[in-house]
Structures are given as C-alpha cells and as structure tokens.
Design a protein. Structure first.
Length: 116
C-alpha cells in the first residue's frame, strides 16, 4: 500500500491550496478516505472524510465551509481543496483509507504553512 500526499506549501492567510493523495496497492474505490493533519506539538486530528462513492462527506468543525474533500476513483486519488486558509491550519496533512479508523500506515504527508 502506498499513500502519496502532495500539494502543500507556503501560503498567505486567506489563500488556497489543493492537496492530492495518490493511492495504490488496495482497491481504492471500496474504501472511504480521510484527510488528517498534525500541527507541531499536537496530536493528529481528522479533518475530512468521504465515503467510497463520494456521496457522503464529513468535516471537522474547524474547517467546515472552507475545505472540500473529493475523490476520483478512476485515478485512485482523493483531494482536499482548502480555501480561506488560516495560520491555525498550519500542519502536516496526511490521507488514509477508512472512515472513523485508519486502515493503513501513514505516508510522508505534505506540509502546509499559512503565514504572512
């Protein structure tokens, strides 16, 4: 199993980024997928989740209305569109398979820094 996150970077407050997670080694279309993040000195937290077909989504309260999770089962990829970014969104972002659990080991993550 491989989970490869990309798309992070340095962005000013109020800016946007789109993260991607390319998955391989398992039947992507049968798994719900989730995005997590871990800020410096804090535990990893669930940010957003989407079911296998893409018809159900759930978000942490802190990102509702700003972040959108989506997936492309033909490309084995899950995305996280992040708008109106705030400094408190600064973290390393990870994806994993599963809803309310994580099915596999963690990838390397992609770092997002929101700063002026």
């Amino acid at each position: 199993v491989q989970l490869v996150e990309s798309g992070g970077g340095l962005v000013q407050p109020g800016g946007s980024l789109r993260l991607s997670c390319a998955a391989s080694g398992f039947t992507f279309s049968t798994y719900g997928m989730s995005w997590y993040r871990q800020a410096p000195g804090k535990e990893r937290e669930l940010v957003a989740a989407i079911n296998s077909a893409g018809g159900w989504r759930n978000y942490a309260d802190s990102v509702k209305g700003r972040f959108t999770i989506s997936r492309d089962n033909a490309k084995n990829t899950v995305y996280l569109q992040m708008n109106s970014l705030k400094p408190e969104d600064t973290a390393v972002y990870y994806c994993n398979a599963g809803l309310n659990y994580y099915a596999f080991g963690w990838g390397q993550g992609t770092r997002v820094t929101v700063s002026s």
